[in-house]
Design a binder for this molecule. Sequence first.
Ligand code: ATP
Ligand code: MG
Length: 317
Amino acid sequence: MTALLQAEGLQKTFHSRGREVHAVQNVSLSVSPGEALGIVGESGCGKTTTARMLLRLEEPSAGRIMFDGADITNAHGRHLIAYRARAQLVFQNPFDALNPRFTIRRSLTEPLRNFAIPVSEHQDRIESVMRRVRLVPAESWLDRRPHELSGGQLQRVVLARALISGPSLIVADEPVSMLDVSVRAGILNVLRDARDSLGLAALYISHDLALIRYVCEQTIVMYLGRIVEQGPTAELISRPAHPYTRALVAAVPVARVEQNREGLPIRGSLSDAPPDPSGCLFRNRCPSVMPRCATEAPTLRTIAPGRMVACHLEGAM
Ligand SMILES: Nc1ncnc2c1ncn2[C@@H]1O[C@H](COP(=O)(O)OP(=O)(O)OP(=O)(O)O)[C@@H](O)[C@H]1O
Ligand SMILES: [Mg+2]
């Protein structure tokens, strides 16, 4: 199937206080129409930066982004507006995402105006999107302001606002991490239903493999700005190839979205990146490290149809 979203060799280097931060290095990915792709990895591994580049909220230092056959890497003006209508971001924090002074109706009307949707369609679109996120009857919610809603209800409004322009792709960056565990599954189910009925493609970003497993067919594992493994979620979780993926999987003994877990069963943290960037960046935390790992950076190689890993281990499978 032709990809809806395709990125090749995405790169982002930040210059921060005289230091270079290689936040994303050589990330390529593709999302087909109707497919859900997950990006998982520890805090700071480059997930949000990748998502922001894909949505053109952050300029890539290098690489190319294609959407529906068109190169949108440098799109601007009306082309960028058209892209924004079709590729929508769901923010992590619903309390920050909505203007506290706006009624829900106004927050939903803004994108309709921005994307020049005829006024005659507004009321129908608003009602239909409120049904989709299960805030019904719409009239009982639309004149409220954000402080009158719970976190879970607010996140439903944020989803409604993302869906109202009729996008083909939703990018959800930690969509439930700020919410009480009791309402998480409800939000994910709204997203899943929207996907099923509208044929939406989705990119989910999370540090939580349990969430990714719940919603994504395909998964990418990132470590320090690079992809270390990718493949169909079920296989990646049942037979993780990269030692880092194994650690992520081991940290999710019972994969349930309602649970909170902390800590990985490997030493160190992302901030302990090896000082010498040649070789494998995971080597100082890796339980299977070999001499070769210090000198030779592993590149992504195919180990089975649709499955790739960046690791020198022969038995990485
Ligand atoms: N504007 C910026 N300026 C400088 N460094 C940045 C900037 N934004 C991100 N970074 C750095 O880039 C790296 C990747 O950050 P990013 O926010 O993409 O990680 P993340 O995987 O989304 O983490 P989290 O799970 O905590 O949200 C981090 O080292 C971060 O400090
Ligand atoms: Mg992030």
